[in-house]
Design a binder for this molecule. Structure first.
Ligand code: FES
Length: 146
């Protein structure tokens, strides 16, 4: 019988030598499964610890859009801070520009994965708080959450 797919996709490259080890069976039981490694559901090991998407969309004058609230500047500021803090790169934090995320009236918006936490912001202090609290310490900034 084919194993059920999980939200998580198992990246077995570094685990292949584990085989049918106690650790692998323990992982399965920890996830609520009783399986052999070869039957394991897939588990995703994220390439980045956090992936931040800033909507930087610009609409015609008068239409609600994130870039009317300096979204591109805030994205550049965030990316620069992450780099200056040496938090960028594989296994760490990536900051990307995005097109419209379809929450224009709530903007400016950004979203942080893997938790899919949406934020709005006003200024650099808000971005600094998201970096310090969420990206550095894993604490969601409730006051900026949308
Ligand atoms: S313009 Fe940013 S969500 Fe639509």
């Amino acid at each position: 019988m084919r194993p059920r797919r999980s939200i998580l996709t198992y990246r077995a490259r570094s685990w292949t030598n584990i085989g049918e080890s106690t650790a692998a069976r323990g992982l399965g039981r920890g996830l609520g499964y009783n399986f052999q490694l070869s039957q394991a559901p897939s588990i995703v090991m994220s390439y980045y610890r956090y992936h931040v998407f800033f909507c930087v969309n610009q609409r015609e004058p008068g239409a609600a859009c994130c870039n009317s609230h300096r979204a591109q500047d805030m994205r550049d500021y965030c990316k620069g801070r992450i780099k200056a803090l040496k938090l960028d790169g594989k296994g760490n934090i990536r900051v990307n520009s995005a097109g419209c995320l379809d929450r224009c009236d709530e903007g400016p918006v950004l979203v942080v994965y893997p938790e899919a936490v949406w934020y709005t912001y006003v200024d650099k202090e808000d971005i600094d708080e998201i970096i310090e609290e969420h990206l550095k310490h894993g604490r969601i900034v409730e006051r900026l959450k949308i």
